[in-house]
Design a protein around this ligand. Structure first.
Ligand SMILES: O=C(O)CCC(=O)C(=O)O
Length: 264
């Protein structure tokens, strides 16, 4: 269980690193099965696009920038089904959400290959899967160590308190915040070890730099919510998620139909 200090740190800063959630044997299986998914199913052309790239990368970095991504690895590998169900993580999320029930919402791989891994501009995760309120936590499961050189996650502490921010959107760019107002250089780095999980609010502003190390930096984001917090649109819309803690509450305006999807 999280301590009072850890919970207070999360509420103040909008993020929290939880050390060694996965033991070495679990992590080995997650790592091996992720490599299989990367080689056989993942999209190697997933680097985020847009004019912001010229601000955060030089020409050489821009030409090489590569991101390997795929959604819902629990559909490919049992180690990842077990990973999303981790009970220590679920209980910690229940504490942070102050909720008896926690629902898994989605899973996404962000793998930065050696020496070429693409950066992320500063953004909230809100535009990708907007929800009515802030009772939504993203978790970054670290499959490899991540540090400054390999492009670890960076946060602007306390920005979750700003609530929903307006992002730059469009067909030619990935959603992001204005680069002159929300700067990667101002963000706090949160290095983490393989097996650690970094939790943050759907409203916390974050980003990361190019991977300049000679090693992979593989991170898997798993999103979880209080089931009372209804989704408005976007990724993983239209399907109920797996309950990882407690039992689903009855929520007005939300019902599962005979096909196992939301009605209406
Ligand atoms: O993997 C990273 O470095 C950044 C990930 C990110 O921005 C996200 O998961 O929303």
């Amino acid at each position: 269980m999280l301590t009072k200090e850890q919970i207070a740190f999360y509420h103040e800063n909008g993020y929290l690193r939880i050390e060694q959630v996965y033991d070495p044997a679990e992590l080995r299986a997650m790592s091996e099965e992720l490599d299989y998914i990367i080689q056989n199913f993942a999209n190697w052309g997933a680097a985020w696009r847009g004019p912001w790239r010229k601000v955060v990368m030089n020409e050489e970095e821009d030409s090489k920038a590569t991101l390997v991504a795929i959604h819902e690895m629990q559909h490919y590998a049992a180690a990842w089904t077990r990973a999303l169900m981790n009970q220590r993580l679920a209980d910690s999320l229940g504490q942070l959400l102050d909720s008896e029930c926690v629902e898994m919402h989605h899973m996404t791989l962000h793998a930065k290959p050696p020496d070429a891994g693409a950066p992320f501009p500063m953004h909230q995760d809100l535009p990708f899967y907007p929800h009515v309120d802030g009772r939504y936590l993203d978790t970054l499961v670290h499959v490899d160590d991540a540090d400054e050189v390999s492009g670890c996650i960076k946060f602007l502490p306390g920005t979750h308190k700003l609530g929903k921010l307006t992002h730059i959107l469009g067909p030619e760019t990935s959603p992001h915040l204005p680069t002159d107002q929300f700067r990667l250089e101002d963000a706090v780095s949160v290095p983490a070890k393989a097996g650690d999980v970094v939790v943050f609010s759907i409203w916390t502003v974050h980003g990361s730099n190019v991977n300049h190390s000679g090693k992979w930096r593989r991170i898997v984001r798993i999103g979880y919510r209080d089931p009372h917090n209804l989704q408005e649109r976007g990724q993983a819309m239209g399907r109920p998620g797996i309950i990882v803690k407690g039992v689903r509450p009855k929520v007005e305006g939300q019902q599962i139909n005979v096909y196992g999807n939301w009605t209406g």
